[in-house]
Design a protein around this ligand. Structure first.
Ligand code: SF4
Length: 331
């Protein structure tokens, strides 16, 4: 039995590196990411647009474009099975069955000329033996499970509101009881009340099926509501990793602390938010040393010289900063 199975880890990503190639330039999108998720647990992957979050999810599912993108290093294990070593035919069986993905925009995820029921039934048919009636029955069950009456089976996506469409997308993603759910900003396109309902639904279904989930988001409120652990990503690297409590109660990396500073407070009456100064680095031309140093108020010469290691701050809490603690003390 492999190491991944022994310690209850369901998904393990090891030192993943991904590059894109365009106009003779190399985009360093993911630069050595490692993470683990256990069954029934949710890891929140948090960071700004362009930090490499979606690229990680697509790499796990092996749906990066064939041309112009390449995994240059790293391994992914699902329940002990090394995904990059599998032939494409085997990988096709895992997509939808072992791993499902919920995309950000339900409009682009659904086929506008096929009824919602048929779209769910098709996924079930692809991965299971059975009759047309049994696939339809399962599709109706899934609709009911996400709070849509089964008799709306024959309706088309345009007949549903944005929140209902995202529920259909969730029904499709969970129709085959996948062990791992990759949810890429699943509520960003929804208004706040529908967002809360969809998050609650995802949480309930995850509990029911003991599904492991990688939740990609830039929204700390969503992380607080749904996640067990949090990985903060910057310029394609995880810069802080820990339990939700560790990250929320004791953020250590200046970037993570900056993210919290950019959230409006319900308790204090502040006139201005405190955004992180500057812009994320160009992934074609990443800075030497710590990629955050051009924006970091605590940067020293040491930060600019060599790549920064992950340091352990407490049990399971890690931070990629060589002056860890300086931001907390305000030095
Ligand atoms: Fe700032 Fe240096 Fe820490 Fe990077 S390593 S976050 S530049 S203090």
């Amino acid at each position: 039995m492999s190491e991944q199975k022994k310690d209850q880890t369901f998904l393990e990503v090891k030192d993943l590196k991904v590059e894109y190639f365009s106009d003779g330039q190399t985009v360093h999108a993911v630069n050595g990411v490692s993470l683990k998720i256990e069954r029934g647990k949710t890891l929140g992957l948090v960071g700004e647009t362009g930090a490499g979050k979606t690229t990680i999810a697509k790499s796990i599912l092996r749906i990066l474009p064939d041309v112009g993108a390449k995994v240059t290093e790293g391994k992914v294990y699902l329940d002990g099975q090394e995904l990059f070593a599998l032939p494409e035919q085997e990988m096709r069986k895992i997509r939808g069955n072992g791993i499902s993905m919920i995309f950000q925009d339900p409009m682009t995820a659904l086929n506008p000329v096929q009824t919602v029921g048929d779209q769910i039934a098709e996924v079930v048919r692809l991965h299971n033996a059975g009759s047309k009636e049994s696939f339809e029955k399962r599709a109706r069950e899934m609709l009911e499970m996400v709070g849509i009456p089964g008799d709306r089976y024959h309706e088309y996506p345009h007949q549903f509101s944005g929140g209902m469409k995202q529920r259909v997308v969730i029904a499709i993603a969970l129709a085959c009881n996948p062990g791992l759910l990759l949810a890429d900003e699943p509520t960003t396109a929804l208004d706040v009340t529908i967002q809360a309902q969809v998050l609650e639904l995802i949480g309930e279904l995850r509990e029911k099926y003991n599904t492991a989930m990688l939740l990609i988001t830039h929204d700390m409120g969503v992380v607080a509501q749904v996640c067990d652990e949090v990985a903060v990503i910057y310029a394609g690297r995880i810069i802080e990793y820990g339990s939700k409590e560790q990250i929320f109660d004791h953020p250590s990396h200046p970037y993570t602390i900056g993210l919290f500073g950019a959230i409006p407070s319900m308790k204090e009456d502040e006139e201005w938010l405190h955004p992180i100064e500057g812009l994320p680095p160009d992934p074609v031309n990443l800075p030497e040393g710590c990629a955050f140093h051009p924006r970091c108020p605590y940067a020293t010469e040491e930060c600019k010289k060599k790549p920064i290691e992950m340091y352990q701050t407490a049990d399971g809490h890690q931070c990629r900063c060589c002056h860890m603690g300086a931001a907390k003390k305000g030095e």
